[in-house]
Design a protein around this ligand. Structure first.
Ligand code: F6R
Length: 264
């Protein structure tokens, strides 16, 4: 596990975009796992800028989003479909047929639908690089606390904390979704490389538990300790509860020295 500490969120967004861009340069037909949420907006901004300055070409990239709210159509402004199109896809040359986002408008046959999402990931050769944010409760995707660490894409009931965090995005008379379709923790752990971003002090406890706590279904992101190639990109406030920051800095220095490819 590599823990990269940056001064502020802008440096995080920029470095994440650079890492994604260089993965695409190495493998133009990269299968990219994508996330939504406020942390990702800056990353997509940088990726769009890199695309517009012609340094990254998405024409062969295949994308799989982590999750979508159940009950929201693709055109709903709070849907992850809408988020992805507004913040990223419509500004780039990702081909529409290469975009995969769980369909939040399905009614029934959920297991079958989720199995077909897993099958599409397998058919694309598996995810090369998975981008993740983290919830205050340690969720990745919508794998809320107590999710099985072996879980696959499925319907998931949102936790009280997530419902609370989401309420501000929905109008006072609008019901916010109570369920989502999400890749499972087992699905995420099969990605070849994982990049998790966290900014702000509201994420500090979840980050510390994920990196330094025991592996536990109480903190879904702690399962990333089981993965051989994970990078945490953190700003100062998000890293503030880590106890071994100087060690992570030394690991990073040695990584730059001995295995610089890991970071390019
Ligand atoms: C969204 C997702 C979530 C978010 C997490 C952090 O696709 O998978 O796990 O990454 O809730 O969201 P923000 O960045 O809004 O704090």
């Amino acid at each position: 596990m590599l823990v990269i500490l940056k001064r502020d969120s802008h440096e995080i967004y920029e470095q994440a975009a650079q890492l994604i861009a260089s993965a695409i340069k190495k493998k133009p037909a990269l299968t990219l796992g994508l996330a939504t949420g406020s942390t990702m907006v800056g990353v997509y901004e940088h990726l769009v800028r890199l695309h517009k300055t012609s340094s990254v070409d998405f024409s062969q990239v295949v994308t799989f989003n982590l999750d979508e709210y159940l009950g929201l159509s693709a055109s709903h402004p709070q849907s992850f479909h809408y988020f992805m199109h507004e913040n990223f896809f419509r500004h780039t040359n990702v081909q529409p047929e290469n975009i995969h986002i769980p369909d939040g408008s399905i009614r029934g046959n959920y297991d079958q639908y989720c199995a077909s999402y897993e099958q599409a990931i397998r058919a694309a050769g598996g995810i090369d690089l998975q981008l993740l944010g983290i919830g205050r409760n340690g969720h990745i995707g919508f794998n809320e606390p107590t999710s099985s660490l072996a879980s696959r894409t499925r319907l998931k009931v949102l936790s009280r904390e997530t419902l609370h965090d989401n309420a501000k995005f929905f109008g006072p008379r609008e019901e916010s979704p109570v369920c989502a379709i999400t890749m499972g923790i087992g699905t995420i752990l099969e990605a070849r490389t994982i990049l998790l971003l966290a900014t702000g002090d509201s994420k500090a406890t979840a980050v510390a538990k994920s990196i330094e706590g025991p592996v536990s279904s109480a903190v879904s992101a702690s399962a990333l300790q089981l993965h051989p190639d994970v990078t945490f990109l953190l700003d100062e406030p998000a890293a503030s509860q880590l106890t071994q920051r100087d060690y992570y800095q030394r690991v990073l220095q040695m990584t730059v020295l001995l295995t610089p490819d890991r970071l390019s």
